[in-house]
Design a protein around this ligand. Sequence first.
Ligand code: WQD
Length: 340
Amino acid sequence: MARILVTGGLGFIGSHTVVELVNAGYEPVIVDDLSNSNIKILDQLARIIGYKPDFYQLDLCDEPGVKKLAESEPDIAGIIHFAAFKAVGESVHFPLKYYRNNFYSLLNVLNVYHEQPVNFVFSSSCTVYGQPDHLPVTEEAPVKTAESPYGNTKQVAEEILKDMVAAGSNYKVISLRYFNPVGAHSSALIGELPIGVPQNLVPFITQTAIGKREKITVFGNDYNTPDGSCIRDYIHVVDLAKAHVAALKLMETANFTGYDVFNIGTGKGSSVLEVIYAFEQTTGVKLNYKIGPRRGGDIEQIWGDVNKSKNILKWQTELDLDTMMLSAWEWENYISQNPL
Ligand code: WQD
């Protein structure tokens, strides 16, 4: 079976991708420094896939350590690179921490496998678009000046990968621009594990619903949208995980060469208030929320044009917003009763 290195593989999206890799007949090799993940997710994965995947605890900024990893794992057919710091707000306060970690880790991994043909999937983000001029946003939309150092690390990383391929690299590369990943695996054994107070909407909703948080603040309802609250393209994390398998499959075909980029979303926008209502309708849990001031750095509305993913990546989402809410709620209930 083809061995696929999954950096950041114990994280929210990484762990769900490990499951889909096994389902597709690949052999994932997880690398994670545990700076934003929990080692117990390895046991949770074993309960889902039936065996404990190979795991290396390693900070990818440790260049000698990454060289040792490549000596231990010479036969890597693909790499899915999730490992990065990803808190938008934190990146504004600690830019050097973000530039150092996100670039050193990427460059160290690329450096140790560049002499062999490897299919490389990069975890990018719709944040590269900023506030698009036209919606739905296509992959051809101009990349705008990043709103945060975090967003800038995604933009620059895409440029690094494009330049590397243009220089005649053995790598084939696909960048996946995620919209907003939410929800959890149907087993409720893995899901989003925010450290401290959740920054993102859906974990804040589920923690409020279970009583961990007193109420949700809707960050502004005076935007130029139908109900005044911001619009995002929320995508079920399992659909997102499957897009990584589709990217590996596409790069395994003879006619794929070089570098490409795909929007990974549903193609539909949902407002903050619509997400709150969807949660209440599907779970029957009434949410306590108030309207507060806008959050700095938020864009007003974005959702993806996903035709390129459908037609070329041969991938599209299957799970709807209600399923996203229900699975997130089931995970919140599980983790509250079974803390890792
Ligand atoms: C969604 C909407 C908030 C919390 C960020 C990153 C993106 C990716 C996902 C890493 C916004 C509103 C939120 C709350 C609220 N991260 N909100 N009350 O900001 O779209 O995307 O996280 O890859 O790159 O930019 O996601 O979930 O934080 O916010 O009203 O308590 O929910 O204002 O409109 P965001 P989010």
